[in-house]
Design a protein around this ligand. Structure first.
Ligand code: GLN
Length: 309
């Protein structure tokens, strides 16, 4: 399949969205009760290219719970704040285990396998809580700056719902604490982690906010330097190996671009030197990845010939 001419990209996005709406299967996350109320048929697709073009289909401006996609914002801040020291406390290896798995964490003495699974993101939250006097504000201002929008908030109901039903994440945090790898107060760390998971954003905002990852660290819209080229390469590498959890291998095989999913049904995918894809639909497969979101990203990437391999 050849590269589609730019004029056709808008039509392509619309037809992929229509096909995705026919894709059945999957189940909306209900282990966080506030997420179970989301209308499952919703569907959105955005492609933001580095030359400033935006191709959108469906509910691309509808905000949804970004959940684990927020792990990227936290990681960026922590990498900038503590530098290479971070990699003493979290590894960079794929886990091959579900995103909320606890077994490996015990074997590996409280050092999470990577920052894209829950244990790793809780560790990163600990770094943020201990290095920022107001860690939530630090994340929020970064997100708003990157998305070019002040209209971004954490959903208080989702945040509370996660706090009320967060026993497994609390178990991960306490296990890391018992190994001496969590430094701040566990309650504060979990509160930060759940808060960032509860951020609500649209596909359009997500796609804009990650454009710097496709552009060697420079935001193509503002010209601001957001991260070093080396850090963007590292983040994209982590996304390729771990961003889709224990389905990362299959995603690399079938799609071939760095990506991150969340249990709100969102997926962002980074195409270096080209742009960012964002897709959303709430029903999830067994790995916690959006079924229609995966379909849309795979189709668009394959039709446009975007695999980095
Ligand atoms: N807040 C969710 C959790 O901690 C995030 C998981 C996800 O999006 N994969 O379980």
């Amino acid at each position: 399949q050849g590269i589609v001419a730019p004029d056709d990209i808008q039509a392509l996005c619309e037809s992929i969205l229509q096909q995705a709406q026919q894709v059945g299967g999957g189940k909306v996350a209900d282990y966080i009760p506030a997420l179970a109320c989301v209308e499952p048929e919703q569907c959105a697709l955005t492609l933001a290219t580095l030359d400033g073009k935006l191709y959108q289909a469906g509910a691309a401006q509808q905000a949804f719970s970004i959940q684990s996609v927020s792990k990227l914002y936290g990681l960026m801040l922590a990498m900038q704040r503590v530098g290479d020291e971070l990699w003493q406390r979290v590894q960079m290896e794929p886990s091959g285990q579900p995103f909320n798995s606890i077994v490996q964490l015990e074997w590996e003495k409280g050092i999470p396998r990577n920052p894209m699974i829950n244990a790793g993101a809780i560790l990163v939250s600990d770094v943020l809580v201990s290095h920022y006097s107001a860690s939530k504000n630090a994340v929020l201002s970064l997100v708003r700056q990157l998305a070019g929008s002040d209209d971004i908030f954490a959903d208080a109901d989702v945040h509370q719902s996660e706090l009320n039903h967060g026993s497994r994440n609390a178990a991960l945090a306490y296990l890391m604490k018992s190994f001496g790898n969590l430094h701040s107060d566990v309650g504060e760390v979990l509160d930060h982690y759940f808060w960032q998971c509860a951020l609500s954003m649209s596909c359009e905002q997500l796609a804009r906010s990650f454009a710097f990852l496709a552009n060697r660290g420079i935001c193509p819209f503002s010209g601001n330097s957001i991260a070093s080229h080396r850090d963007t390469q590292r983040i994209n590498a982590l996304l390729s190996t771990s961003g889709m959890y224990d389905q990362s291998g299959q995603f690399a095989f079938e799609v071939g671009i760095p990506a991150k999913s969340g249990v709100g049904g969102g997926i962002v995918a980074i195409v270096p030197d080209f742009g960012v894809l964002a897709a959303w639909s709430p029903p999830l497969n067994n790995y916690g990845n959006s079924t229609r979101g995966m379909y849309m990203i795979r189709e668009l990437a394959n039709r446009l010939g975007l695999s980095v391999y």
